[in-house]
Write a protein that binds this ligand. Structure first.
Ligand code: AMP
Ligand code: GLY
Length: 422
């Protein structure tokens, strides 16, 4: 089967490497892909949001299957358009992708169906939002309703900060129309768990839970990023937590979406927090997480393409979805300055790089035979080992063998998870 993969980050590279292991897999086209993905797939410079361009390419090249990975094309309804052309897809419909593209929708859904989440109110009126803040406990969490590149969540410690965040979103249009509505919610405390679940709308197959490291600085300090590294499995996702999550969150969410006429098929991402009052949903994403996927998929032992087909054909309960019980770490190497201003075009040199480390390219391009940096997150290094400590150590050792100007990484990926295990 010839396959189209939409996207061009580290997550997509991890997906493509796994798809390639399938005996069913023929040619893979990555739109747009990146410098490293070009070693594993045919990269075509069509943007993930260029719906017309993607449709034309898919039809000209007679692709048999498409995997739509990033949030934007999912929110824009690319899977609906491809399915209408007779091309089966992995990824939710536009109607189901709203679970990520509108936080107001997902919060109301949780309220209506009794799915545990932080108490909240939604506002489309600026003055009412400010009035609400004046009586709210601190810290308070303010979220732009729509997609905002992971930057639409502000945790305000003072009333002034909270008011500034609401003004920024609602009046100053910092996130365009994504900030027309805001969600104001209680601040929760506890370890976070990222859980990726394959679902065909009827049944669910859980991947090993993982732990992301969202902040730029060691010890979870500084700005939020797309994610600076991840480990799996997450030690906080014990058998008890798994049972509670399945019963109170996963099954009710799939049923709620079905009842709303928005059956979800694809990879549903549950951003969970383990509070002292039980597991709560912090957010849903309608797609694989990044970098979580770069830690989780290397543990997959069964065939990813088979699973994606089973999801699309709604026969997931009969499919074999199997993961190893080893430990995995993904360490992100970023451009200094990320998530704010950073430079691109720096040459990446691998020197005596260990053979037993997988490299996923996120922001790279090839030029004149050289590999250059081309984004904030540049590479994800992955190690799968018998213990978490070995996986983490192997990633940090490998990082010494990659250089580019202003290379930046966190020094404590996996630390919290290791402390939880010890
Ligand atoms: P989100 O984009 O909704 O995942 O939010 C980004 C990050 O903000 C989450 O991973 C949490 O660390 C934090 N966060 C979001 N909502 C809350 C909340 N209600 N309480 C505490 N932290 C939160
Ligand atoms: N790493 C968080 C996300 O993919 O949204």
């Amino acid at each position: 089967m010839d396959i189209l993969v939409i996207g061009g980050g580290g997550r997509e590279h991890a997906i493509i490497k796994k798809l390639k292991q399938s005996p069913l897999c023929g040619k893979i086209y990555a739109l747009p892909g990146n410098g490293g993905i070009a070693e594993d797939a045919v990269c075509v410079p069509i943007a993930a949001t260029d719906i017309a361009g993607i449709k034309a390419f898919a039809s000209e090249n007679h692709v048999d299957f498409a995997a739509v990975i990033p949030d934007d094309p999912l929110a824009m309804g690319l899977t609906d358009e491809l399915r209408a052309m007779g091309i089966p897809c992995f990824g939710p419909s536009k109607a189901a992708a709203i679970i990520e593209s509108s936080k107001a929708f997902s919060k109301e859904l949780m309220k209506r169906y009794g799915i545990p989440t932080a108490p909240f109110e939604t506002f489309s009126d600026y003055d009412e939002a400010v009035k609400h803040l004046e009586n709210h406990s601190l810290p308070v969490v303010i979220k732009a309703d729509g997609l905002a590149l992971g930057k639409g969540v502000i945790i305000a410690n003072t009333l002034d900060e909270a008011k500034a965040a609401v003004k920024n979103m609602m009046l100053d249009g910092a996130f365009g129309h994504s900030g027309d509505r805001v969600v104001i919610e209680d601040f929760l405390v506890g370890p976070e768990i990222s859980l990726l679940v394959f679902t065909d709308g009827k049944s669910a197959a859980l991947m090993p839970a993982s732990m992301d490291h969202k902040r730029i600085g060691d010890g979870d300090t500084g700005k939020n990023t797309g994610g600076m590294g991840a480990v799996a499995p997450n030690p906080y996702f014990t058998d008890e937590v798994r049972a509670e999550t399945t019963e109170n969150i996963i099954i009710p969410t799939l049923e709620a979406m079905k009842k709303e006429g928005r059956t979800f098929k694809g990879c549903l991402y549950f951003g969970l927090m383990l509070t002292k009052n039980g597991v709560k949903v912090i957010e849903y994403n309608c797609r694989f997480g990044d970098p979580e996927t770069q830690a989780v998929l290397p543990l997959m032992e069964s065939d990813l393409l088979e699973t994606m087909l089973a999801v699309e054909e709604e026969r997931l309960c009969k499919a074999e979805v199997r993961f190893s019980d080893k430990f995995s770490c993904c360490l992100v190497l970023a451009s200094g300055g990320y998530p704010e201003k950073y430079e691109k075009g720096k040459e990446i040199i691998f020197d005596n790089f260990p053979g037993n480390i997988e490299v996923f390219h996120a922001g790279t391009k090839q030029e004149n035979g050289k590999m250059l940096t081309n984004g904030g997150r540049v590479l994800g290094l992955n190690a799968v080992r018998d213990t978490l400590r070995e996986a983490v150590t192997a990633c940090y050792e490998a990082a010494e063998h990659v250089s580019f100007e202003n290379k930046y990484m966190r020094n404590d990926i996996g630390k919290l998870a290791l402390e939880a295990i010890d």
